[in-house]
Design a protein around this ligand. Structure first.
Ligand code: NAP
Ligand code: BGC
Ligand code: ZN
Length: 353
């Protein structure tokens, strides 16, 4: 079967031929429909995040997949079920408490592997196998967009954890700020209904398709070259909720200055090491005196995937049409990893229902 892989030392993906996998006990065999690409996949290819499976010279890419069960192999799944796989699997030394509790999204990096990212092959191949418990069933009608379930689930988890940190008082958020106009930022902006005012930060000139989406979602576009995040509160208003999806490390610190008293910031970006100067006193005092919270969040568990499928079904079709700019066949896989000014969300298509 065709598989799209990262090879050691190469920064572009390659298509290779691999044997179709055989399901072990408890696993189902899945025919892949589509696999999405995000900023993390590009970091994996660039060699700045994740890693190869032990002893292998390649990593099958892809962690945002949707497929159809072809062999339930005695599990509770049925042939033709449309499923989305979760990403994390136990480390080489076996399952630990995080996995036993179904909370592997809370495991630190050395207590898990991530398919398509870190230490385990991903889903960007014609077929994959996975334990039945890691395959979340979604309605057939969602199959073409099922590759968006995983990224939506990332924000389901982050928002859940951020809001939980404000659950001890009568928190009534009115304004939200999303940092980043990549796919994760735009997906999250689309999820933030219920706010009176929303803002999204980018660094692009108009005309730009992401700015069009931001404005059609009713949000205000904020260009960080004109209004740095540190000045956002003064220029616009302090935001009750800030969601960082740029991977720009200064934004983690600046999020606190952008927050309103009692507000919470969720940090999602995965930056590289970067040393810069910060007034630690201001940062510390602002956090304390204004009862602010910062929550880091990574990955998501099966419950977040189920919530994400419901959320995805509620997105307006104009939004997903504008978000998904390219769906390419396996022969064009390299294009799905490349970016230009019109690219937002891309996917590789292996098959249709
Ligand atoms: P992406 O496609 O790289 O998007 C990042 C966006 O942020 C880009 O549109 C970029 O603008 C913008 N940006 C970067 N620096 C900026 C700045 N200084 N001012 C304004 N805008 C800036 O990545 P993504 O897939 O949306 O993901 C976003 C981040 O979340 C990445 O770091 C990714 O690794 C991380 N992530 C984390 C999780 C998790 O579980 N925690 C899950 C998925 C992704 P330009 O395109 O104009 O450069
Ligand atoms: C994936 C998560 C993963 C994270 C860190 C994200 O792009 O969607 O599942 O935990 O990267 O590797
Ligand atoms: Zn991802």
């Amino acid at each position: 079967m065709d598989a799209v892989v990262a090879r050691r030392g190469a920064t572009a993906p390659t298509v290779i031929d691999k044997p179709r996998p055989e399901p072990d006990d408890g696993e189902a065999l899945v025919r892949t429909l589509r696999v999405g690409v995000d900023g993390t996949d590009r970091e994996v290819l660039a060699g700045t995040h994740g890693g190869f499976p032990d002893g292998e010279d390649h990593l099958v890419l892809g962690h945002e997949a949707v497929g159809v069960v072809v062999d339930p192999n005695g599990t509770d799944l049925a042939a033709d079920d449309v499923v989305v796989p979760t990403v994390r699997r136990p480390p080489a030394d076996g399952a630990n408490g995080y996995f036993e509790r179904g909370q592997e999204d809370m495991a630190p990096p050395d207590r898990c592997r991530e398919r398509g990212i870190d230490g385990a092959h991903g889903f960007m191949a014609e077929y994959f196998t996975s334990p039945a418990a890691t395959l979340v069933e979604i309605p057939e009608s969602l199959a073409p967009l099922g590759f968006l379930v995983e990224p939506v689930s990332i924000s389901e988890k982050a928002i859940e954890h951020a809001y939980a940190s404000r659950s001890a008082f009568d928190w009534r958020p009115e304004s939200a700020l999303v940092l980043g106009n990549g796919p994760l930022g735009l997906i999250t902006l689309a999820m933030l209904d219920g706010y009176d005012r929303t803002y999204c930060v980018g660094r692009r000139d108009r005309p730009d398709p992401t700015v069009d989406i931001i404005e059609r979602l009713g949000a205000t576009y904020v260009d960080s070259r004109e209004t740095p995040v540190a000045s956002f509160a003064a220029v616009h208003e302090p935001a009750d909720f800030v969601y960082e999806a740029t991977g720009h490390a200064k934004h983690a610190i600046e999020t606190v200055a952008a927050l309103a008293p009692g507000g919470v910031g969720a940090l999602l970006g995965v930056p590289e090491s970067w040393t810069f100067e910060v007034d630690g006193g201001d940062f510390h005092k602002d956090m304390v005196m204004n009862n602010k919270a910062l929550v880091g969040s990574v990955n998501s568990a099966a419950g977040h995937f189920r919530a994400a499928a419901d959320r995805l079904a509620g997105f307006p079709s104009w939004f997903t049409d504008a978000l998904v700019t390219d769906v390419v066949g396996v022969e064009g896989a390299a294009e799905a990893f490349a970016t230009d000014e019109r690219t937002i969300k891309t996917a590789v298509e292996f098959d249709t229902l």
